[in-house]
Design a protein around this ligand. Structure first.
Ligand SMILES: [Zn+2]
Length: 979
């Protein structure tokens, strides 16, 4: 049966199906081209004379078909090769018809360009200590870019095995999914002028040579000479209220990267033929000698998981100790960086061992390589056996790195290694089910981190971070269901977002809690065993879990997966609060749900605690409009315990007063995760008008004695969002808010101080950084003075004045409250920094600057040769969070749209984030109109979701300000902050 029937998906014909690829590629790192040939074994399903497969930005030099139906082989050249640029396919026509039931081998010779767009087979670069630029050829195929590296059936359900051979300069490392099985030197065997030989002496064409139909398939230039892209936006603990989009794999709540690349010295892209000899040793010291590296045959797998990388790398390695078949684990880094790979190398075998046990199936490959790529669009990519990372997601130096990155690194590694089973071994049928991969890997990655590092209280961070990103995006009308129909490639990249990752993970978490973790994991083992090496849809997962648990999982989950949005649960109490009435309706952050829209209902596990004997036996599920639950005793309760449920809880005022008292009294009923979730719920409900913003401010006051870092993250987030959204209120209002911030943060900040202590752990170290930053930025004089003093010593050469965990705090305070010269000093710190986290600390600080001339300077730097294209989001995100530069940023984007559009046209996730930064933090209808008008008539199909979502956020913000500005002002007056 055709799984695509009736879906409208753009898919390949099923007349033939590939079973095996034998792929040989020769990248040219001087001229940035590659050529290759591939032998593809085909099963013939229908009589046909035409074969259509995916090919994008490749030149097909020749295609030949060898039919194995008869005892004697018969070969025929393609009589016609037709390219379809819109659908990214090539159709090869043959004179003799292929017969069903037969097999054939298709031999294609092709060539392409090592582009700068961070997708397909692309080039990346770095500078060594002597300033010499070195190039890397690497791949990023998910979702639909394997077709830029070799002609193939580029759909996740068309799995095959792969033999990969790379012909590369002898002094470089060549890697692929599998282990190396042979490596030999190769010579330039072609005689001078022998046009039938490629640079490595392999046949590059069949004699007849290039059919004229193909000219022009290779793009005339790859987006200028600037590597495109950046990615990611808002750091997870900060301000912003715009959910960030992610593409590729792990969403980047962190950012950053490595040494900047030279653009000026990149030879322009070759359009013509591949040169027949190597040249240009001057660029990177290549000797000209080459080697052929062959890799073992892969298991049956999808094309989007194939990977190959060529470049100068060093590695450290270890071997798993607790698996029957030991797996070799290596972390590959740029030369000189192996010390920073040690933490990643310590986590990798733990993860392999843990997931082997958890999934009940051995890891099917003999090795697991992790590698940093200097130019990388997303956070990481789970290529089977060869996972690629942005440096900030993999490298950590215990002596010098900012501790805040460590948890993200551990999580990213666990997420990617979980994919080796969930995604790679069992793969989604089609992109509609992307959430299966990403939602599950996000959940189980967090589960692994919680197991390896229990002292981090990882799930509370999830409640503060990913869970909120999912809820924020899904609180918009322009959100989409977790399971979303994808027909065309340009729709696919737009769903690598907080819905697929975080709503998906949150719904998995809710389900695992409902079924019980042990039962849930037994169901997962059942699913993995049944579908190994195959493809699945959401229903296959529900079936396995239902069989295991005896619960109709589909019935429980369908509304969460197939409907857009989520509920707000209103709680009403009877007179003595011994009986509660729960009502559900859809939550919209704009607060203007219409009666016609209020039709969706969810099956909601209410998670009431403490459980009484009654509610324990029948854990209450709210399925209809409303439900009454008797507590058995009055008053003391909470809803959505542990924030396992994907919904908001609207407590009545009487309950909020009681909860506020409980928090002040440090009542253990409210765990750190509960306190985080409570603050976030009240923040969202203030925005939507379910409660007055003053009730959120009132609740914040009860956290004076809070001692948990993760709760302070949530406190800071709430205050920063209010000051960000109400940024156009009069100055006295702004000053009063700052005064309130000082009242919240200063006492706790002073208590911790600037000096680290021998007893410091993960949480206290990060808490110090957070409190000092917030107190100092709110204008606490003592904090500002101390920051300035320490900064002066630091730039004077006393490195001890600011340890690695306090640099970002001091930099930010100094720029925000200092002179232009302080900006220049931090700019110099940025230029001098070699470590990624130090660079990010400086960028975060620089973007808080208020002087418009310096904002302009920063904008120019952000698109200059000094900044890798992948890193623009750190600049734009920061300038967007800064209310004084927000409008300048938008004007800059408008004035430079053509340039930005061109620079990022191959990296739509990054362009989407540029739009979110540019638009998504305004708070007036006037600005919404201005943005809308700007995009009118422009071709923005590829970023239609980010635009619609940003505009909706702006309009929600505008409504919030109109509704509650006076309420907040009155509260500030009542409390004496505003006189
Ligand atoms: Zn993933």
């Amino acid at each position: 049966m055709d799984p695509h029937a009736g879906t409208g998906r753009v898919v390949l014909p099923t007349n033939v199906r590939p079973t095996h690829y034998d792929l040989t590629l020769s990248p040219d790192l001087v001229n940035f081209t590659f050529h290759g040939h591939v032998l593809i074994n085909l099963d013939v399903n229908q009589p046909t004379t035409a074969i259509t497969l995916n090919s994008n930005q490749l030149t097909i030099v020749s295609a030949k078909l060898t039919n194995l139906a008869l005892k004697t082989e018969s070969s025929q050249e393609a009589t016609d090769i037709t390219l379809d640029k819109t659908n990214e396919t090539a159709t090869l026509t043959f004179a003799d018809e292929l017969q069903p039931g037969s097999t054939a081998v298709l031999h294609i010779v092709f060539k392409g360009i090592l582009n700068e767009s961070m997708n397909g087979f692309y080039r990346s670069s770095f500078k060594d200590n002597d300033g010499k630029t070195h190039y890397i050829a690497t791949t990023q195929f998910e979702a639909t870019d394997a077709r830029k590296a070799f002609p193939c059936w580029d759909e996740p359900a068309i799995k095959a095995t792969f033999d990969i051979t790379l012909r590369v300069p002898s002094d470089l490392v060549a890697l692929s999914n599998m282990n190396v099985i042979s490596e030999k030197d190769i010579r330039h065997s072609g005689k001078k002028g022998d046009s039938t030989k490629g640079p490595d002496g392999e046949p590059s064409t069949q004699k007849g040579d290039v059919p004229s139909t193909q000219k022009g398939d290779v793009p005339s230039s790859q987006k200028g000479d600037v590597p495109s892209t950046q990615k990611g936006d808002v750091p997870s603990t900060q301000k912003g209220d715009v959910p960030s989009t992610q593409k590729g794999d792990v969403p980047s709540t962190q950012k950053g990267d490595v040494p900047s690349t030279q653009k000026g010295d990149v030879p322009s892209t070759q359009k013509g033929d591949v040169p027949s000899t190597q040249k240009g040793d001057a660029v990177s010291g290549y000797t000209g000698s080459r080697k052929e590296v062959k890799f073992a045959t892969t298991p049956v797998m999808s094309t989007y998981l194939v990977a190959f990388i060529v470049g100068k790398f060093e590695y450290i390695e270890t071997v798993t100790k607790n698996l029957p078949q030991p797996i070799t684990c290596r972390v590959y880094v740029l030369p000189g960086k192996t010390e920073e790979a040690e933490f990643a190398l310590s986590v990798t075998p733990l993860a392999l061992e843990y997931f082997t046990e958890l999934f009940g199936v051995a890891y099917p490959l003999p090795k697991m390589d992790l590698i940093t790529i200097p130019d990388f669009e997303s956070g990481a990519m789970e290529n089977w056996g060869l996972v690629t990372y942005r440096a900030i997601r993999l490298l950590f130096n215990e002596k010098t790195s900012d501790l805040s990155y460590k948890r993200h690194i551990a999580y990213t590694i666990c997420h990617e290694i979980a994919h080796q089973w969930f995604g790679n071994l069992v793969t989604m049928d089609w992109w509609d089910y992307l959430w299966l991969n990403e939602g599950f890997a996000t959940w189980v990655g967090n589960l692994a981190v919680s197991k390896f590092f229990p002292e981090w209280d990882n799930w509370s961070y999830f409640i503060a971070d990913g869970f909120q990103m999912g809820l924020a995006l899904d609180g918009l009308r322009s959100s989409h269901p977790i399971e979303v129909p994808c027909k065309h490639p340009h729709e696919i990249h737009q769903i690598f977002d907080a819905i697929s990752y975080y709503k998906g993970a949150s719904c998995i978490r809710m389900l695992s809690s409902w079924l019980g973790l042990d039962v849930f994991l037994a169901g997962i083992r059942r699913y993995i065993k049944k579908h190994a090496y195959k493809n699945t849809s959401t229903e296959d997962l529900w079936a396995a879990l239902s069989e295991e648990s005896g619960v109709d999982v589909g019935l429980f989950m369908n509304a969460w997966i197939k409907q857009v949005g989520y509920p707000v649960v209103d709680v009403e109490e009877n007179a003595d609060a011994s009986a509660l009435t729960f009502k559900q309706s859809r939550y919209l952050s704009s607060g203007d749900l219409t009666a016609e829209e209020d039709t969706a209902r969810w099956t909601i596990p209410l998670g009431i605690e403490p459980e009484n004997s009654d509610s324990k036996q029948n854990r209450p599920l709210l399925k209809e409009d409303s439900l009454v639950v008797n507590l058995g005793k009055s008053g003391h309760y909470k809803v959505n315990s542990g924030y396992n449920g994907f919904f908001r809880t609207a407590y009545p005022a009487t309950a909020l007063t009681r909860i506020s008292q409980s928090i002040k009294a440090k009542d253990p009923l409210f765990t750190p995760g509960d306190r985080v979730g409570l603050l976030a719920d009240l923040g969202a409900l203030s925005k939507s008008g379910h409660v007055k913003t003053s009730s959120l401010l009132e609740l914040l006051e009860s956290f004076e004695e809070e001692d948990q870092y993760v709760v302070w993250v949530a406190i800071a987030e709430r205050v920063n969002v209010i000051s960000s959204v109400f940024y156009q209120q009069p100055e006295d209002f702004q000053k009063a808010l700052e005064k309130f911030q000082r009242a919240l943060f200063s006492k706790a900040a002073a208590k911790l101080g600037w000096e680290s202590k021998a007893t410091d752990d993960y949480r206290s170290t990060l808490l110090r950084k957070l409190l000092l930053t917030n107190a100092g930025c709110a204008g606490d004089e003592a904090m500002v003075k101390e920051a300035q003093k320490r900064f002066a010593s630091y730039i004077g050469g006393d490195a001890k004045a600011l340890n690695q965990n306090l640099q970002s705090a001091a930099f930010e305070i100094v720029v925000l409250h200092g002179e232009d010269s302080d900006f220049e000093s931090v700019l110099k710190c940025w230029r001098d920094a070699t470590a990624t986290d130090q660079k990010l600390a400086a960028i975060g600080a620089l973007t808080t600057v208020r002087n418009p001339a310096l904002v302009k300077q920063l904008l120019e730097i952000s698109v200059s040769d000094e900044v890798k294209a992948q890193d623009i989001g750190y600049f734009f995100g920061g300038l967007s969070r800064n209310p004084t530069s927000r409008h300048d940023l938008w004007e800059y984007i408008k004035a430079n749209w053509d340039m930005l559009n061109k620079r990022y046209e191959g990296s739509m996730a990054l362009l989407g984030n540029i739009v979110k930064s540019g638009v998504g933090r305004f708070s007036s209808e006037e600005m919404a109109k201005d943005c809308e008008k700007f995009f009118e008539g422009k071709n923005v199909d590829d970023i239609s979701r980010p635009i619609a979502q940003s505009l909706e956020v702006v309009r929600s913000n505008a409504k919030w300000v109109a509704r509650d500005a006076e309420d907040v002002r009155q509260w500030l007056v009542t409390k004496g902050y505003l006189v």
